[in-house]
Structures are given as C-alpha cells and as structure tokens.
Design a protein around this ligand. Structure first.
Ligand code: HEM
Length: 448
C-alpha cells in the first residue's frame, strides 16, 4: 500500500478513536486496550517508513496529528520548541515515541525521562555531578579516546555501527565510575542497548516469552549496577541522591540508563554521523584537517583551549546533529484536555494524552531553516533542538560532554590516525534504528 494511503487510513482510525475515548475514558481498561491496538497498527508502518510517515502526515494533515497510542505528534520547529520548554512537565515512562511497557527490562526503575517531581530533580543532580566539563578534563578524555582508537588501529578497521558504541561504553564507565569494563561486559551492555525495543512489549512477553533474548541482558544490568557500588565515586553519588530521597537502586539504575541509553546510544550515533559527513564532503574535511593541525601545532597533548578553538569542528557537529538528530522524539503528557483542529474536523483529546515533539521534523522545518535538507555549517544554531533545547529542566545534561567527546575524537582521528578507504555512507531515516551510517567502515585504519 502506498504511504499516503497508509497515513490517511491511520488518520481516519485515530479520528474515530478520539471520539470513542471521549466516551469510554482515556485511561479506562477499554480505553487503554483501544489505544494499544492503534499503537501497534501505526507502529507497524512507522517502524519501516518513519520519515515518509512524518512527512506525508505533515503534508496531508497538518503540523500536528494523532499517531501511535493517540499521541499528538508536533512537527514544526516553533511548536516543538514550545513543548520542550513547558515547565514543569508531566512525564510517563516513555522513550520518545516508544512506550516502555516492560519495567522488568529496566529492573523496575523508571527512565529519568519518565520521572516527575523530586525524583526527577534528584536524578538531574546526580547526572550533573557525574558528567565532567570536557575542557577541564581534556588530557584525560583525550587519552581515553586515543586508547580506543589504538585498539581499532590494531584491528586495521573502524566500524561505525559496531565499534563506536563499544568505545563509548568504555569511555563513559571510566568517566562516571572509574571502572574498566571487560570485553564480555561491553558485549552484554551493547546487547542491552540493541534489545531495548523489546521493552516496548507487554511485561510478560519481555520477561517470560522472550527470556532467551532478555534474560542475559537483564542479569547483566543487575550485576553491573551492583558493580557500580564498588566505584570510588559511588559514595558521592549516594550522598547527592540521598538529599532527594533516592535509594541505592534508583541511583545505580538511573546512572546505568544515563550511560547506556542517553550517553552511549546518542553520542555514538552522532559521532558516526559526523565521521560519515566528513567522509563524504572533501572540502569540509580539508577545512577540518587544517583546523585540527593548527590546534595540535606539533604538541604531544591537547591544551585546555583545544575545544574552544575547534570552530569548524563544532559547527560541523551542530549541523550534523540538526540533519541527523540522534534522538528523534521527545515525549510528555498533556496536563489538561483539549481539542485538536484538522481543518473541518475538530477532535477532542484527553488529559494524559502523550504530546510528542518530532525533532527530526522540526530540524528540517522550512519555516525555520532555509534549504533545510542541505548541509550548511554557517547556520544559526542558537535554538537547535537536537539536545532538547536549552536552559530548562529537561534539556540534555550530557550536551557539552557529548559535543566535547566528538570534538576530541575528530582531533585525534584527523591528526594521529589514517585510513586507506571507506565503504558506503548511508543513513536509514526510514527505520527506527539509530540515526547513523551504521555500515560505514574506515578500512586500513592505522596510527600515523
Ligand atoms: C555523553 C553523552 C550524553 C549523556 C550522558 C546524555 C544524558 C542525558 C540524560 C541523562 C537525559 C535525561 C535527562 C532528564 O531525564 O531530565 C538526556 C536527555 C536528552 N538527551 Fe542526552 N545525553 C548525551 C548525549 C546526547 C546526544 C548526543 C543527544 C543528541 C544529539 C542527546 C539528546 C538528548 C535529548 C533530546 C534529551 C531529552 C529527551 C526527553 O526529554 O525525552 N543527548 N540526555
């Protein structure tokens, strides 16, 4: 079936459901069941044709439309920004568009994204304590990056989809806990991230029917969160968390999610995209190389101004994050009922309805960005939405570390390493997999 037909069918289904929900109740047993049905029906299409679904719905229905579990997807830059800035936000345990229906996968600890009130304030305090300022730790971070790249050089290749998440897991565990993960632990952590979509299935399916896939990674999570408690940094996190009545289980699990879901998945995807962009664009790559050489200036280690002087690299990271946002959706719950207007049709929506912001759509909104699909590092990035905006309670706390780490990777890659060739660079924006050129390999990868 053509995508337009699929989108229109989904729209009709959702419009009909909105009046049914007004009658039977949004959160009644029947309301939940009816929403779950449309959730899986829409997800079936969106999992395979995500960008086409969003673009077609925007073109044919409008900037806002119902989708998945009768959530309202916002697509314009202005409205997504406005959504992000709502304070305080009411959250459900959702990872963007994905609903976490199997708490067992997360050892019954909600994602910080789904926390509210003091629990969320406490989680933020622990994050801010755990995440260092990159410019003040440049030598330390540089050594961690260099160690990872040396391992890739020993193998003779750098594989974007396979190697970068492993590197990021290693680096973030060192930074946050000063612990070294063994190779089997890195594999298990990576499997945990890869199998996260299984947490969107009902709990009994994830926990029992799919035990063969989930059992080992859940066990790994249990073991690793216990290991965190042996870290030299543990007592300081415990002290901070206790001020907000967070217990040991909440603190270790919340840091597990910070490292695995937010940190590793997000940063390795964006780093992979930056490498992909620089492989394809020779002119930009040459500018970056000349900036990198000027920053090293023949020295052995990077100095504290290295990041500040990385002007072109920084703009390249921001423009890549705009075109290929590592996180595609943000989600919150509506705090009151209302009505959504589809031209002639007006539909009620209920309190508790999910309000989704599509960062992918907002970042390519022609009303905000001229020629939105083209790559241009000279744009105004002051209101970039890729890290959930700026200066509010839900903005990404890892933004400067993520940008700093990617910057340091570029400084090492283009000064200390070389490669003979690279394979095809392709982003799969239609799939709900990571937004990164997963199959890209730098071949003949070696230290200079
Ligand atoms: C070192 C790397 C990173 C760390 C440690 C990190 C950490 C986090 C954490 C803990 C949250 C949850 C905040 C909360 O619950 O209040 C978060 C939110 C977020 N992060 Fe990051 N992040 C990193 C990299 C990235 C990257 C590379 C991107 C995208 C380019 C990104 C985009 C976002 C977005 C959009 C949110 C908001 C999600 C929502 O509210 O639904 N993050 N980040």
């Amino acid at each position: 079936m053509a995508i337009k037909e699929q989108v229109i069918n989904a729209y009709k289904r959702q419009v009909k459901l909105s009046s049914t929900l007004a009658k039977v109740g949004y959160d009644s047993a029947i309301g939940k069941l009816l929403r779950l049905r449309v959730y899986y029906l829409d997800a079936f299409v969106m999992l395979q044709k995500l960008k086409s679904f969003l673009d077609t719905a925007k073109a044919n229905i409008g900037d806002k439309f119902f989708a998945v579990d009768q959530a309202i997807i916002h697509t314009s830059h202005a409205e997504v920004k406005q959504l992000m800035e709502v304070e305080p936000q009411l959250r459900g345990n959702d990872l963007g568009i994905i609903r976490i229906l199997a708490p067992s996968y997360l050892l019954d600890n909600p994602l910080s994204l789904g926390m509210n009130g003091m629990e969320h304030t406490g989680a933020r305090a622990v994050f801010l304590q755990a995440l260092p300022k990159p410019s003040e730790n440049i030598e330390y971070l540089g050594n961690l990056v260099d160690e990872c790249l040396t391992e890739a050089a020993n193998k003779g290749e750098l594989h974007i989809g396979k190697d970068l998440p492993r590197m990021m897991l290693k680096i973030l565990h060192q930074i946050v806990f000063q612990i070294s993960l063994s190779e089997p632990e890195i594999t298990a952590s990576n499997n945990f991230i890869q199998r996260l979509p299984l947490a969107t299935l009902p709990n009994f399916v994830t926990k029992y029917l799919l035990r063969i896939l989930t059992g080992s990674v859940i066990k790994h999570r249990r073991n690793l969160t216990e290991r965190y408690k042996t870290s030299p940094k543990w007592s300081s996190y415990l002290e901070t968390g206790a001020k907000y009545q967070l217990n040991e289980h909440q603190i270790s699990n919340t840091l597990f999610d910070m490292i695995h879901i937010a940190g590793t998945a997000g940063t390795s995807a964006l780093l992979g995209s930056v490498i992909g962009v620089l492989c394809l664009d020779e002119e930009l790559r040459n500018k970056v190389i000349s900036e990198v050489n000027g920053i090293w200036n023949g020295q052995e280690t990077l100095n504290e101004n290295a990041l500040e002087n990385s002007i072109i690299i920084n703009k390249t990271i921001l423009e890549t994050a705009r075109l290929y946002p590592a996180v595609r959706f943000v989600s919150q719950l509506s705090q009151e009922e209302g009505e959504i207007d589809f031209g002639e049709v007006k539909c009620p929506f209920q309190k508790g309805t999910r309000l989704l912001g599509s960062i992918l759509s907002a970042n390519r909104d022609p009303n905000r960005y001229e020629n939105p699909d083209s790559f241009d590092i000279e744009r105004d990035f002051s209101d970039i939405l890729s890290w959930n905006g700026y200066g509010h309670e839900r903005a990404c706390p890892g933004r400067s570390l993520a940008i700093g780490l990617i910057n340091i990777f570029c400084l090492y890659l283009f000064n200390k390493y070389k490669w003979d060739s690279f394979t095809e660079v392709r982003w799969e924006l239609e799939r709900v997999t990571a937004v990164t050129p997963n199959d890209l390999v730098l071949q003949g990868f070696a230290r200079k």
